[in-house]
Design a protein around this ligand. Structure first.
Ligand SMILES: Cc1cc2nc3c(=O)[nH]c(=O)nc-3n(C[C@H](O)[C@H](O)[C@H](O)COP(=O)(O)OP(=O)(O)OC[C@H]3O[C@@H](n4cnc5c(N)ncnc54)[C@H](O)[C@@H]3O)c2cc1C
Length: 517
């Protein structure tokens, strides 16, 4: 068997981050990735000649706010960011629209056109949540402290209110804060909507408050496509002596005496490692790659009980001859409307209706939509004068309960979504030159993501912090000695931050330090 100091399963951005830190510390590292490219949920692919699409994460909000970019010298390895400002454009069916900018005061001024009450409320909202998010931020780069200790960081009567905000629903918070749907709906889509959760579900309050981070950190894309983030990470790993093997599916972790000693690939190849780190989702890691036979039955039950999404999105990638022209866009603002994501979600009721249909296993008649046209600010993504356009639905079920399969309805669902966009941007039909529709089942296959949950498990308060992935195992360790965990299923969770990869590497390096005699 080949022998490595550390074998990392998965070359998503967290697996690569972890591998980067370990390689920089001098460990002999091997990263194994089932796909033919690195990046996992953060990749950019040429789907049609000359057109490069972000086939995973569309917007980057966390990674540039943490230490990973600097620590792994990603700029040296080719990473540059492009800032989106305006950050968001939300057109509404009544012909009104709203831009969100990096600047809170500029956004408030924009909101004033629609509701002076909400303009004032928005400034307070961002202030309050910036404070709460700063408290939470103190736990981002360490194994999570128990939730009760986190709450104690807030003082006095305020602490009680922080608890209420964290455990209540996003809908409750948004409805008590804002008087119009112009604010409530886009923030609900960005929070619980993005996480495949019902905005009315308790424990989603935190996701509504996460929105303040847009102002704190800004919204960015990686130049050349978001996949360039992971390309730069891969260069870092290789520069420090690490090896990345693509087209390598890890079938199982080899375990002897309850200790991980290597992995077996799907082709039967055995590779020896002093430690193994899995960035696959916790259910795949424990129930398939480790296997219940190596685990205590109570632990297995807890893993089985982890709640995750049953599909999140249906994606459409289209090569287009022109950008969407929204009828609700104020005159002279067309260029700005396609800089950041364009959100179609008229109200929280609309989002909840889509959620109910999704939960019942039916593609919503009118889903909320997240539209991205990154070639607006990065012309390298498409031929001169042309654009890439991605549309993601919220929510699309993985398990259909309407007697159909995704293979049967994929294309017609795609057409339905384009018709829906046309209600807001009538030029969409004539602009499309080439199109690919990807269902939740396709996404699962491409990314080996359990039911295509790109956060690896739900991001509700009872599955975050010390509860992620399960209570007692939030410190990146597992019941199997020398098997470590990273990825979106570990603290602080999904999204593109690199924090789970960073934190797992720190824990591993601490464990590997010789104990003083
Ligand atoms: C369509 C889409 C849109 C998104 N939009 C956004 C967004 O706009 N903003 C945002 O912040 N986040 C977004 N996300 C979520 C975010 O990208 C993910 O939460 C995050 O990137 C997860 O990173 P990870 O490294 O933890 O896991 P992953 O990216 O899932 O990486 C795990 C890797 O392991 C590999 N793997 C799995 N099993 C095996 C195995 N047995 N053997 C070998 N390899 C294996 C997978 O192929 C994958 O490369 C989106 C995700 C998707 C898919």
């Amino acid at each position: 068997m080949n022998r490595f100091d550390a074998i990392v399963i998965g070359a998503g951005h967290n697996g690569l981050t972890c591998a980067g830190y370990l390689a920089m510390a001098g460990l002999k590292v091997l990263v194994l990735e089932q796909r033919d490219i690195v990046g996992g949920c953060v990749s950019t692919e040429e789907l049609f000649p000359g057109y490069r699409f972000n086939t995973g994460a569309l917007e980057l909000v966390g990674i540039h706010g943490g230490p990973v970019v600097k620590d792994l010298e990603l700029e040296k390895f080719g990473l540059t960011f492009i800032e989106m400002d305006p950050q968001i454009f939300a057109p509404f069916p009544d012909g009104k629209s709203l831009f969100f900018y990096k600047s809170v005061s500029k956004t408030a001024k924009e909101i004033e056109r629609l509701s002076p009450h909400d303009a004032k409320a928005y400034v307070e909202y961002v202030d309050t949540w910036s404070e709460i998010n700063s408290l939470i931020g103190m736990t981002m780069l360490i194994p999570p402290p128990p939730l009760r200790e986190l709450i104690l960081l807030a003082e006095g009567a305020e602490a009680e209110e922080v608890i209420r905000k964290l455990v209540t629903s996003a809908k409750q918070i948004l409805e008590e804060t804002f008087e119009t749907e112009y604010l409530r709906a886009p923030i609900a889509l960005l929070g619980p909507g993005a996480a495949a959760l019902d905005p009315a579900s308790v424990g989603t309050g935190l996701l509504a408050g996460w929105h303040s981070v847009f102002h704190q950190l800004g919204v960015k894309h990686a130049a050349g496509g978001n996949g360039m983030l992971c390309e730069a990470m891969a260069r870092c790993v290789r520069h420090y002596g690490g090896i990345i093997r693509t087209n390598s599916i890890v079938k199982r972790v080899v375990i002897r005496d309850n200790t991980a000693v290597g992995v077996e690939l799907s082709n039967g190849e055995l590779i020896e490692g002093k430690i193994v780190v899995s960035s696959a989702d916790p259910k795949q890691t424990f129930l398939q790659i480790v296997g219940p036979d190596h685990l205590d039955s109570n632990f297995v039950k807890k893993v089985e009980a982890i709640r995750s999404a049953d599909g999140i999105t249906l994606r459409i990638d289209a090569a287009v001859s022109e950008l969407p022209r929204y009828t609700a866009c104020p005159e002279g603002m067309a260029a700005e409307s396609s800089v950041g994501p364009q959100l179609i979600c008229p109200s929280i009721d609309y989002l909840e209706k889509a959620y109910r249909e999704y939960r019942d296993g039916r593609p919503p008649e009118k889903p909320a939509l997240w539209i991205s046209t990154p070639s607006t600010t990065d012309p390298t993504l498409a031929p001169l004068g042309k654009h890439v356009l991605t549309i993601e639905t919220r929510y699309s079920p993985y398990t259909l309960k309407n007697g159909k399969s995704w293979d049967q309805i994929r294309e017609q669902e795609g057409e339905k979504i384009i018709d829906l966009v046309a209600e807001y941007a009538p030029n969409i039909h004539r602009s499309i030159e080439k199109i690919r529709v990807e269902s939740p089942v396709d996404l699962e296959k491409r990314l080996m993501l359990n039911k295509s949950d790109y956060y690896h498990m739900h991001m509700t308060i009872d599955q975050l912090f010390s509860f992620r992935p399960i209570l007692g195992y939030s410190g990146y360790k597992s019941p199997v000695k020398n098997l470590y965990l990273t990825g979106a299923g570990t603290h602080p969770g999904g999204s593109v931050t690199g924090f789970p990869g960073h934190n797992a590497a720190k824990v591993i390096l601490e464990d590997l330090q010789p104990t003083p005699s």
